[in-house]
Write a new protein. Structure first.
Length: 140
């Protein structure tokens, strides 16, 4: 990538409570697919999906985090992060957040937004609208 070309900003929809966990220290997002190399270094908008992850609210890693809010945002951008890398799980790496048989998307510089920004996410990596990017900049 030429030095003048910055990685794109993309949105990543994550089911709750995993999206909330990213705002409180979860630094790995588990996916079944490898992120394309061109997105390494990209800014990600961490978006909470509308549907919760089945069984995740009883996951020991979630229960070990600070007290969860009574109501978790859904259908909203919660944080901004940098996608620092992606690798296949190997020998229990990325504990405690990395799952076996998954690609580990490494997140760095996670900055929760002061308030969730309602927005419709999508599957895979999605392109945020210019209006959403302006709102994110305004509240950061």
């Amino acid at each position: 990538m030429p030095e003048t070309q910055l990685p794109p900003v993309r949105g990543l929809t994550v089911k709750q409570p995993w999206a909330w966990a990213i705002t409180t220290g979860k630094n790995v997002e588990n996916r079944s697919w490898k992120v394309p190399e061109k997105y390494i270094g990209a800014t990600l908008l961490v978006h909470a999906g509308l549907q919760p992850a089945p069984g995740a609210f009883q996951d020991e890693r979630i229960l070990a985090l600070p007290a969860m809010p009574e109501v978790l945002a859904a259908g909203a951008v919660l944080a901004v992060a940098r996608l620092a890398g992606c690798h296949r799980e190997e020998d229990g790496c990325c504990a405690p957040w990395g799952d076996a048989d998954a690609f580990h998307w490494q997140l760095e510089d996670v900055r929760p937004l002061p308030e969730p920004l309602q927005y419709t996410g999508a599957l895979s990596l999605w392109t945020p609208s210019p209006a959403l990017l302006q709102k994110v900049q305004a509240v950061r």
